[in-house]
Design a protein around this ligand. Structure first.
Ligand SMILES: Cc1cc2nc3c(=O)[nH]c(=O)nc-3n(C[C@H](O)[C@H](O)[C@H](O)COP(=O)(O)OP(=O)(O)OC[C@H]3O[C@@H](n4cnc5c(N)ncnc54)[C@H](O)[C@@H]3O)c2cc1C
Length: 550
């Protein structure tokens, strides 16, 4: 950014402005494959700063078309969502407060770490149930803007269900509240002769003109973070028009988030867990059918490669449990160690978690599940005492294990989050792994939310190897072909970012992508907010920004 422009920015912005090399390099990365260096990182002190920033960019955009604003909370996005070339707006330094918890509604600023929010909600025996596996490192702004999901999403659904209201800055540099509106409220909004009125008029027209087509385009899976969720905005029966449904998961492409009101749910006091070891996948569909009607809180899975990695790096991995925990984990995993030695690890480990108020009901559910599974002869185990923690640890830590453990190789999230109907897992997963097996440079594990049919396949690779880089788009294409052919979504939680926006046309088709572009244009006609995400994706741009040095 040229000096005179920077000086002008300093006149209107109270927060910190950084352009030193260390800061720029730090903010060039998130948890994705990419490196995109910003020109400036700014740390707004309050809402007025955010508004001033948007007004500033809007006023200078004509003469400086490359100016843009990319919101960032904790920067753990796996798709390249929180990196960009112009100005990164970092919310974590100042806008990081828990504003209040009143009843079952928590009001949060974007930079608030989820872990700090959870510590407060748990004091009230409440929880935000859609926390992601990155719960200890991510913040609420990213959770809302990515429409994050996690281990409890099977029972509770995703973030979109819990965001009741957002306070945002839109492209005209003013602050607005988005929330569900009834007919009368919507009419009033549409009559306003200002930018907000125009947004409501245009969005209402876009959605009602294309209502049936949009409903048809809604992915038929239980989790989706791909595209703009235009199909969820207008409930024609209840006559409720709710732009929070569009905002959540839009990756900061429609504006900047200042605050969100989040619904919380009670924490159940009792838990039972059944672990199922599958030596072949042939009965997976029947097992899923046996488990889902019992309404578990979560139903998770990981493969033999994940378990092998956990066993191979056991001391480091179990260190998180403390000395007693380590000994208990050693005992819990003893059978798995023996199986590894004789080369007989189960192909897939399934964890079924039941929670509730009545321990007897939970015990009955486990007993009923075991009865249903008997004819299928899988090996099963009820997790007793603290044992479940150890199995959960493998599941939760699978990606981190990969990230931290293999020397000279790095995790490459690019087909990391697809979703299919769980009944099609047994058919789809082998097809996907067959594609990967044709590329011996890609070492991979399979773990995920089996109950939702949502899988995290994150290969580890030597990214310096040109063969690897060339294969990434090829594999993506082939995998997404399969996923889309089976009615799935290319992302259930991690969102589009740089890596998946180019595939939205493959998933939704030309017409729906056109509606996404119109939506972006209605909210952000100057393309100020987080360019190249959600619309106008550019695969060549993404591939030319692969991070080479870690
Ligand atoms: C080990 C690991 C495990 C993970 N597991 C999961 C998982 O289980 N489920 C899941 O959903 N994700 C997962 N993720 C991805 C990521 O951690 C989550 O999506 C998380 O919610 C992002 O939060 P963040 O604060 O780091 O977001 P950021 O990276 O800061 O931002 C995410 C997106 O939101 C936008 N944004 C952030 N703040 C604002 C704002 N104030 N205004 C406008 N836009 C904004 C950014 O531009 C970006 O597009 C995982 C990541 C890692 C590294």
């Amino acid at each position: 950014m040229d000096q005179s422009l920077l000086e002008q920015l300093k006149q209107v912005f109270k927060g910190d402005i950084a352009k030193d090399e260390t800061t720029l390099m730090t903010y060039s990365h998130d948890a994705s494959l990419f490196e995109v260096k910003p020109q400036l990182v700014v740390f707004p002190k309050d809402s007025d700063d955010v508004k001033a920033l948007v007004k500033f960019v809007s006023e200078h955009k004509k003469d400086h078309p490359d100016l843009s604003l990319t919101g960032r909370s904790a920067g753990t996005d796996m798709a390249g969502g929180s990196i960009n070339e112009s100005i990164v707006v970092a919310f974590q330094k100042y806008l990081n407060h828990l504003v209040s918890i009143e009843g079952n509604i928590g009001t949060v600023e974007p930079g608030l770490f989820y872990r700090d929010f959870e510590a407060e909600t748990l004091k009230r025996n409440l929880i935000f149930p859609s926390y992601p596996a990155s719960r200890s490192i991510c913040a609420m702004g990213g959770i809302v803007n990515n429409n994050s999901g996690g281990e409890k999403s099977l029972r509770y659904g995703k973030t979109e269900k819990y965001v009741k209201q957002v306070r945002v800055v839109l492209a005209d540099g003013n602050e607005y509240i988005l929330k569900p509106l009834n007919e009368k409220e919507l009419k009033e909004k549409m009559e306003q002769k200002n930018f907000e009125g125009e947004i409501y008029r245009k969005m209402y027209k876009l959605i009602t003109d294309n209502y049936d087509e949009l409903q048809k385009a809604k992915p038929k899976v239980t989790k989706n973070s791909a595209g703009y969720y235009l199909w969820n905005v207008y409930d024609r029966e209840k006559k409720i028009f709710d732009l929070t449904k569009l905002w959540v998961g839009a990756q900061g492409t429609l504006g900047l988030l200042l605050e969100a009101k989040i619904e919380l749910v009670p924490v159940f006091p009792h838990r039972e867990m059944e672990i199922i070891f599958l030596h072949d996948m042939s009965h997976l569909g029947e097992i899923i059918d046996a488990v889902l009607p019992l309404e578990p809180e979560s139903f998770e899975s990981y493969d033999d490669n994940t378990l092998m990695l956990a066993l191979r790096y056991f001391p480091e991995f179990a260190r998180q449990l403390g000395i007693t925990g380590m000994i208990q984990a050693g005992l819990a995993f003893m059978p798995a160690f023996m199986e590894m030695l004789v080369g007989k690890l189960p192909k897939l480990i399934l964890q079924v978690d039941f929670t509730g108020d009545n321990p007897e009901v939970l015990k009955q559910k486990v007993a009923s599940l075991r009865e249903k599974l008997k004819p299928l002869h899988p090996q099963t185990r009820i997790a007793i005492d603290d044992q479940e923690k150890k199995y959960w640890l493998v599941r939760r830590e699978s990606f981190n294990l990969l990230r931290n453990k293999i020397r000279n190789k790095h995790t490459a999230p690019f087909i990391d989050d697809f979703v299919i109907d769980p009944h099609q897992i047994a058919e789809v997963i082998p097809q996907v792994t067959d594609i990967l097996k044709k590329h011996p440079e890609f070492i991979f594990t399979v773990a995920g939310h089996v109950g939702n049919g949502n899988f995290h396949i994150i290969p580890i690779v030597d990214i310096q190897n040109p063969t690897v880089r060339k294969a990434i788009p090829e594999i993506s294409n082939q995998v997404y072909d399969i996923v889309i052919k089976h009615g799935g979504s290319i992302t259930g939680e991690h969102n589009d970012g740089l890596i998946r926006t180019p595939y939205l046309k493959q998933m939704y088709g030309e017409k729906i992508v056109k509606l996404f572009e119109e939506t972006k244009n209605i909210f952000d006609p100057q393309n100020i907010f987080n360019p190249r995400k959600k619309v106008h994706g550019d695969l060549d741009y993404a591939m030319s920004h692969i991070r080479m040095n870690w």
